[in-house]
Ligand binder design. Structure first.
Ligand code: AMP
Length: 287
């Protein structure tokens, strides 16, 4: 495994691999890697000849009051993690390497970014789509892997790639959870033991919603209410939103007659966590 820090070296390394006929898999991350990232890496290593993992805490996607400066960074642990899983290249550029000048060009996906997290994190998705565009142009992968855990992000990237004809296949990977159901996240390490226990309320809420849906409930408000009840039981948890949205275009749904995502965001103490499930009434299956 090689750790590459410049755009030029990364381009050269990928060009050599491609010239040798390799199919390139790419996993963009912000580091502090955990088993959720691991599932993306494993999928890439299984399906591609060469796997590139980027580790870059992207300042463009953090709001001024958000956790950019305290976001966990541990490149040494991340290197060992990637090496053990068969990664070929880590791309870990500095901020200066990615943004030598203050950027003046951005990529923006409309409408899908208006609701859910987009409503509470202005500019966040513009930061994500801009950095993912840059990374795609640097790595030029055949396939790129994103977690279903960040459901809106996955939908927004898919739409960007479709609308703008990016020559890359996007693969969504199911959410990896702790034994008690908490979705794995680099931000979970902010939680103290009491908050860590309370944080399971998000999954409990979604599990209750899933049970309702599987019993045949199709009224989105009643499903949302059921999630809210679970969040409200935990004094350390403060709901930001609970929404039922169309699984593809993320528009709000009132009667559930197609594939939907039930998505939740909540603060646990000062840590903001998100989670979701996807329900397909025709398949009666919940992911
Ligand atoms: P991040 O480092 O948080 O930006 O995440 C990098 C990628 O890993 C994104 O595509 C995330 O959706 C994905 N990811 C993060 N946590 C999980 C998880 N628990 N299960 C599956 N994918 C995840």
């Amino acid at each position: 495994m090689e750790v590459v820090t410049t755009v030029q070296e990364m381009r050269q390394a990928v060009a050599r691999a491609r010239a040798a006929g390799a199919r390139i898999g790419f996993v963009p991350t912000m580091g502090a890697l955990h088993e959720g990232h691991g599932a993306l890496v494993d999928a890439s290593v299984a399906e591609c000849d060469v796997t590139v993992v980027s580790i870059f805490v992207n300042p463009l996607q953090f709001g001024p009051a958000e956790d950019f400066h305290k976001y966990p960074r541990d490149l040494e642990a991340d290197k060992a993690f990637c090496q053990a899983r068969g990664v070929d290249f880590i791309f870990a550029p500095s901020e200066k390497e990615m943004y030598p000048e203050p950027p003046r060009a951005f990529v923006e996906v409309e409408e899908l970014t208006a609701g859910l997290c987009g409503a509470f994190r202005p500019g966040h998705f513009r930061g994500v789509t801009t950095v993912v565009t840059k990374l795609f142009h640097i790595v030029m992968p055949d396939v790129a892997y994103f977690g279903q855990k960040d459901y809106q992000q996955l939908a927004v990237i898919r739409r960007m790639v479709d609308d703008l004809n990016f020559p890359v296949e996007i693969r969504g990977v199911p959410t990896v959870r702790e034994a008690d159901g908490l979705a794995m996240s680099s931000r979970n390490r902010y939680l103290n033991p009491e908050e860590r226990r309370a944080a399971t309320a998000l999954y409990r809420g979604l599990t209750a919603a899933k049970a309702l849906l599987e019993q045949g409930e199709r009224n989105a408000d009643r499903v949302r209410q059921r999630v809210r009840e679970e969040l409200a039981k935990e004094p350390l948890v403060r709901e930001q939103y609970v929404e039922v949205v169309d699984a593809d275009d993320l528009s709000q749904v009132s009667y559930i007659d197609g594939r939907v995502a039930v998505a939740v965001a909540a603060f646990v103490g000062t840590t903001r966590l998100i989670d979701n499930i996807v329900f397909d009434p025709s398949a009666e299956r919940t992911e």
